[in-house]
Design a binder for this molecule. Structure first.
Ligand code: HIF
Length: 290
């Protein structure tokens, strides 16, 4: 029963408490495995959940987190997914401990857990995703290209069904983590606390002067004050575009508004294309660790 096996009484049906146990196991592993990157697997878990979900196409209803098809090549080999094996491997012991959870539920739950554990807002989450086989892999090119401008951002996130405000709110997740030359080719963190979820991404976009970095790598920006931070061309597009800029300014000034609006849009991201039988009010509000 504990391992999710069927019993004489019928198949194992996990409860909210069972999902909280999965959350707790992820939180525990996050706290223990600090010998990675800036000291946390949290950011790469957030990126895994997003890349699993962000393949969604509202017109065809294909892609999205339902399926966890990034387990398979060709999707695992798509350039945009470079480095996400670290996140998938991190979650294997959790999958072994709770074999009843699907990979697609596990990856999205882990994204929500990482945001909460790194000090971000509560991300209400619900189960219901089924894993699919290799035939359901999405074609390459559905995830964004960081070298592009605001038209590309609107095309990619518009295809998923997001509006301008939601695109900017989502972007605040770049408060977490960093770029790696051996993954995307870019290099550096967006802010000074890449393992803490804050609105610093927006503050820095507004307050810093961002210059093109002089190096042999792809075109990226660096802060005038310390030359240690990084913005991608798509990040800078948010302050070049007037409509995007309005929301950047608002989130830079108001962390509560950012947390609230980010939570709503991240919940929506993780649920794109999932044929839930449950209702939105059935979402689980996980208790973060102390
Ligand atoms: Fe990212 N993103 N992202 N991203 N992203 C990178 C890393 C992270 C884009 C490009 C990159 C979102 C949108 C976009 C995270 C989370 C989210 C990297 C560096 C690139 C190039 C990868 C590497 O080298 O390791 C583009 C072009 C986006 C559309 C504009 C989302 C909103 C911000 C949707 C989102 O949630 C996270 C977290 C990371 C850090 C990963 C790490 O390993 O530290």
């Amino acid at each position: 029963y504990l391992n999710g096996e069927s019993t004489p009484a019928g198949p194992f049906v996990p409860t909210k408490e069972d999902y909280q146990k999965v959350y707790d196991a992820i939180a525990h592993r996050l706290a223990n495995e600090t010998d990675y990157d800036d000291g946390s697997y949290g950011p790469v878990l957030v990126r895994l959940a997003w890349h699993a979900s962000g393949t969604y196409d509202k017109t065809t209803g294909t892609g999205g987190s339902n399926g966890a098809t990034m387990r398979f090549a060709p999707e695992s080999d798509h350039g945009a997914n470079a480095g996400l094996k670290h996140a998938r491997d991190f979650l294997e012991p959790i999958k072994a401990q709770f074999p009843w959870i699907t990979y697609s539920d596990l990856w999205t739950l882990a994204g929500a857990a990482a945001i909460q554990e790194l000090g971000g807002p509560v991300i209400p989450w619900r189960p219901g995703r089924q894993d699919k086989d290799v035939a359901a892999c999405t074609p390459d090119g559905r995830l964004p290209d960081a070298s592009k401008n605001q038209d590309h951002i609107r095309a990619i996130f518009g295809r998923m069904g997001f509006d301008d405000r939601e695109m900017v709110a989502l972007s605040g997740a770049h408060a977490l983590g960093r770029a790696h030359t051996d993954r995307s080719g870019y290099e550096g963190p967006w802010d000074f606390s890449p393992t803490v979820f804050t609105n610093d991404y927006f503050k820095l976009l507004v307050d810093e002067k961002w210059n093109q970095r002089k190096w042999n790598g792809p075109a990226q920006f660096t802060d005038k004050t310390t030359s240690t931070l990084m913005m991608l061309p798509t990040d800078i597009a948010l302050i070049k575009d007037k409509v995007f800029r309005k929301h950047v300014d608002r989130y830079a000034k108001d962390q509560d508004a950012f947390f609230k609006e980010f939570s709503d849009v991240y919940v929506k991201l993780l649920e794109l294309g999932v044929p839930f039988e449950s209702k939105p009010e059935d979402r689980i509000v996980f208790k973060a660790s102390e």
